[in-house]
Design a protein around this ligand. Structure first.
Ligand code: HEM
Length: 127
């Protein structure tokens, strides 16, 4: 038997909604990242939220709508070098640690998400 508890079971949909809302609030103010993103961030917010809910064990609505994530391919149109990767990761991890502190999330769960974001941000680098 495998442990049926996922990160999503522990933190819930709302955690990812709030994480991504805060993350994009930071992106919208960041001169390195703003040029890469559309002016209207509402679709970006919606897709990243859906992706993370799915990735961490919640609803699979993201793939029902968008198919296989193929994240490297979907990021290929954007030039992502070390500066873009670092800016992305800094906003994500800043939002993550504040939210985890506010909600008293277990440090191992926070660490697990942080390691994923670090690994995945580097794997999106294409320049
Ligand atoms: C942990 C690493 C990352 C994850 C999980 C992630 C996830 C995503 C997802 C799910 C989408 C929407 C894909 C779709 O169309 O369904 C997306 C789009 C995008 N990502 Fe990332 N991403 C990551 C890293 C980065 C990095 C390092 C950059 C560089 C700045 C970046 C820039 C963008 C841009 C410009 C878009 C297109 C705008 C949008 O539709 O949101 N991403 N990303």
């Amino acid at each position: 038997m495998t442990d049926p508890t996922t990160v999503h079971d522990v933190v819930g949909d709302d955690f990812f909604v709030e994480l991504v809302r805060r993350f994009y609030a930071g992106v919208a103010e960041d001169p390195v990242l703003v040029p890469l993103y559309p002016d209207d961030l509402s679709e970006s917010i919606r897709t990243l939220t859906g992706f993370l809910i799915q990735y961490w064990g919640g609803s699979t609505a993201y793939s029902e709508e968008r198919g296989h994530p193929r994240l490297r391919m979907r990021h290929a149109p954007f030039v992502i070098g070390p500066a873009e990767r670092d800016a992305w990761f800094r906003h994500m991890v800043g939002s993550l640690s504040m939210l985890c502190a506010e909600r008293d999330i277990d440090v191992q769960i926070e660490q697990q998400m942080r390691q994923y974001f670090e690994m995945a941000a580097e794997s999106m680098r294409n320049a």
